[in-house]
Design a binder for this molecule. Structure first.
Ligand SMILES: [Zn+2]
Length: 123
């Protein structure tokens, strides 16, 4: 099993850009970064998935308009503005299909159109 330091190293390697910088995967900023879990622990069928590097990304945080807070909002209108929205949804689908469809259902309740929902389901 990976230690938290090893997991952070794997995540950092994955998101380091071609210039060697570690940036927010939601907007590209390099300040006030925090590790975000894509699937929340409580929803995971297999709790071991929670600490998998695939479940973790790096988002800027600190205000309601920052990527970490946008992702935590569960609101399509905010989440979908992140550069990594589609990639995150794809990862969630692979990690926890039940959580994925709960999110899709929430988006539907928020008035997101069937065309967009179908596109997300087919990621
Ligand atoms: Zn950001």
């Amino acid at each position: 099993m990976n230690t938290p330091k090893k997991i952070q190293k794997i995540v950092n390697q994955r998101i380091t850009d071609k210039h060697g910088f570690i940036c927010c995967t939601g907007c590209g900023i390099r300040l006030n970064l925090s590790y975000s879990h894509l699937v929340k622990k409580i929803s995971l069928v297999d709790c071991l998935n929670y600490q998998k590097p695939e479940n973790i990304t790096l988002h800027c945080f600190g205000d309601s308009w920052k990527c970490h807070e946008k992702w935590e909002s569960n609101l399509y209108s905010k989440m979908s503005t992140l550069h990594d929205f589609q990639e995150n949804m794809k990862r969630i689908k692979e990690l926890d299909i039940y959580y994925f469809f709960r999110l899709i259902s929430r988006f539907k309740d928020q008035g997101v159109g069937i065309g967009i929902l179908t596109e997300l389901e087919n990621l």
